[in-house]
Design a protein around this ligand. Structure first.
Ligand code: SF4
Length: 208
């Protein structure tokens, strides 16, 4: 698959501290085959919608974003877009940035998946948070993690379990600017109304 390959993207936050260690370029995919009860991003379930972005477009936007430590892939379900996502992840890591992925699939299911693109995306993932989000099991102890059933897998030596950044409280970011309002980070029940009542910020331009 080439850098011209496209993927459906629901949302981008170019620099966030609420989706993994350090400042990260966060990309939400449009489309998820899972149906977690109380899904935190129900508008990202359909494979229709979002905007088609090429690997090249996203990579150019990532490279020109200052002071980021890596990218985070969320959704939607990143592994449902594994072929282009793996090309992007490989290019990002080749530039010294890290890759974190949130997946609703347990890692055992990902290992067993016969799709080679799934294995390729796993091979380019430094940090994997796996398992379906469960609204009735909120995780308030581990920063960046939505529910207590979700596991953190350190797939490379880029990060360590004793990184003090994991121990901090969870983070919710609210952005307000002339384009509108966006909210990302920990899906606290008390923040649910923010999503419904406010306008989703349009996706920023990522043209090269
Ligand atoms: S994996 Fe994520 S996007 Fe998919 S249904 Fe579960 S919470 Fe929603």
């Amino acid at each position: 698959m080439s850098f011209d390959a496209t993927m459906q993207i629901a949302q981008i936050v170019p620099s966030t501290e609420a989706e993994g260690p350090g400042r990260r370029f966060a990309i939400w995919f449009q489309g998820c085959p899972l149906r977690c009860p109380g899904c935190c991003n129900p508008d990202m379930l359909s494979f229709e919608g979002g905007e088609a972005k090429s690997v090249a477009e996203l990579l150019a936007a990532i490279v020109r974003t200052p002071d980021i430590e890596g990218i985070t892939l969320l959704g939607g379900e990143p592994f449902a877009h594994a072929a282009p996502a793996s090309v992007l992840a490989k290019a990002v890591r080749a530039r010294g940035l890290s890759v974190m992925v949130f997946s609703g699939y347990p890692i055992e299911e990902l290992w067993a998946n016969p799709d080679s693109a799934v294995a390729e995306l796993l091979a380019e993932t430094d940090l994997l948070v796996d398992g379906p989000y469960q609204r009735d099991r909120p995780d308030t102890a581990r920063r960046w993690i939505g529910s207590t059933n979700q596991r953190i897998h350190f797939l490379t030596d880029r990060y360590r379990a004793d990184d003090p950044r994991w121990a901090k409280r969870n983070t919710l970011e609210i952005r307000v600017d002339r384009d509108g309002v966006s909210v990302n980070g920990f899906p606290a029940a008390s923040a649910a109304g923010l999503w419904k009542g406010w306008t989703r910020k349009p996706m920023p331009r990522v043209s090269p």
